[in-house]
Design a protein around this ligand. Structure first.
Ligand SMILES: Nc1ncnc2c1ncn2[C@@H]1O[C@H](COP(=O)(O)OP(=O)(O)OP(=O)(O)O)[C@@H](O)[C@H]1O
Length: 409
């Protein structure tokens, strides 16, 4: 293999994609008919390839980008946006109808779970097969074999046919082969999602290590994973690029904007208490979502109907982000909020003064439990959507105020 450190300095373009398009047909019969017609008339490569016939659609439309050694491109978009089709064209599995792909160097790809493996061969035999496809001699594969098996942590199962591997085991083997063969271009579809946390951490560490010498293309629906390794993004929608560039925070924001806020739902109740009304107290609302500038006071108003004798309740206000990750919780009330009179309503405000959540849309899951018994009595999810606004595009969940002080001299 060539000296990788030498290659790093050149910052060469390893992947060049120019005006790539691929159309598919929505129905098999018509697709076969078009295939036959194309074959007979020999239209392949003609300008007609750029036109859609009835029942055809663009799975990938006019995509162009360049990727250099040391760069990681994140391909994001909703289901059916065309990401996997684009990867398959890059990997030579399908031909485009228009456009050009230029790839330099050795290409490692992890595209479909188990794809590239012969199911009846053992893990060990598949490593040799894959290595040979990547252009390695038997001797070179011999020298990497132990490292691949150790990386995949499949020592005990390496002589078992791959068809009996679990999904996670297939991904371990696939990633181990793709990464340990020191590719110049590494293509990873969302297969990492089936690995366990230990393996995912190991994959990220490996990507960090090989990235200076490699151009990586990574498809995922996990924005934390995308933001962790990608330096640029192509956001696809119905085959087309809707955003392209190095502003990862902005791309992720655009991706999330495609998804509506969850409807609220009561997920548990023991019929003692029910939420009657709730609101985010804000000066500005857009499409029913409170708009709060970063560091603004976050203030909620709650009103509950009491349906059984009043008890001392604890209220847990949990803030969740668009990925449904709980990112923060208000410390629960440490005193009884029940009315002193014999009203059957509990109402209160809860606030936080210096909100340093980063830009984005959040909502609230609310849980109520009885203080003495700690028994849950009510839980409602997805209420009180609010949007933190700020000029900084930040993906991390918190943007903390900071002070810097020079200590040089
Ligand atoms: N061989 C095929 N024949 C016909 N249509 C296809 C074929 N392969 C993919 N498609 C269609 O092309 C579109 C893009 O599919 P693709 O798998 O590239 O999307 P994706 O962005 O990877 O989606 P996901 O996030 O769900 O994996 C979809 O409408 C899909 O149904």
């Amino acid at each position: 293999m060539s000296d990788k450190n030498e290659i790093v300095a050149d910052g060469a373009v390893l992947v060049k994609v120019e005006g790539l398009s691929k159309k598919f047909c929505k129905d098999l019969k018509t697709s076969l008919w078009y295939g036959l017609k194309d074959l007979v008339s020999g239209v392949s490569g003609s300008t007609e390839d750029r036109l859609l016939r009835p029942k055809e659609f663009w799975a990938v439309k006019d995509i162009s980008f360049e990727l250099r050694r040391g760069e990681c491109l994140g391909l994001i978009g909703h289901n059916g946006a065309g990401k996997s089709t684009l990867l398959k064209i890059l990997n030579g599995l399908i031909n485009p109808d228009a456009g050009k792909v230029t790839m330099k160097g050795r290409i490692g790809a992890l595209i479909e779970l188990g794809a590239g493996f012969n199911p009846i061969l053992s893990g060990r035999e598949n490593i040799y097969n894959n290595g040979a496809i990547l252009g390695f001699s038997r001797k070179e594969i011999d020298s990497k074999l132990e490292a691949i098996i150790a990386f995949a942590e499949l020592e005990d199962f390496i002589d078992m046919p791959v068809q009996h591997y679990s999904s996670g085991m297939k991904v371990r083997l696939g990633f181990a082969v793709a990464a340990q063969m020191e590719p110049d271009v590494l293509i990873i579809d969302e297969v990492l999602a089936v690995g366990d946390l230990g393996f995912i951490l190991k994959c990220f560490k490996t990507i960090d290590t090989i990235l200076p010498h490699t151009a990586v293309i990574f498809v995922s629906h996990s924005m934390p994973m995308i933001s962790r390794i990608c330096s640029q993004i192509v956001l696809m929608d119905r085959g087309e690029s809707k955003f392209q560039g190095g502003d990862v925070g902005k791309a992720i924001d655009l991706y999330y904007n495609r998804f509506a806020i969850n409807e609220s739902s009561v997920v548990y109740t023991d019929s003692c208490i029910e939420l009657n009304h709730s609101a985010v107290l804000a000066e500005k609302y857009e499409k029913n979502i409170a708009q709060l500038p970063w560091r603004e006071k976050l203030e909620f108003l709650f009103e509950f109907n009491i349906l059984a004798p009043i008890k001392d309740y604890e209220f847990f206000i949990i803030i969740i982000d668009k990925e449904q990750r709980p990112v923060a919780r208000f410390k629960q009330n440490n005193f009884d909020l029940s009315p002193k009179s014999n009203s059957s309503v509990i109402s209160f405000k809860a606030s936080h003064n210096d909100l340093q959540l980063s830009k984005g849309v959040y909502s609230v899951n609310l849980a109520v439990r009885e203080r003495m018994s700690k028994n849950p009595v009510y839980r409602i999810n997805g209420i009180l959507p609010f949007q933190i606004t700020d000029k900084d595009e930040t993906w991390e969940p918190f943007l903390l105020t900071s002070s810097f002080e020079s200590i040089s001299n």
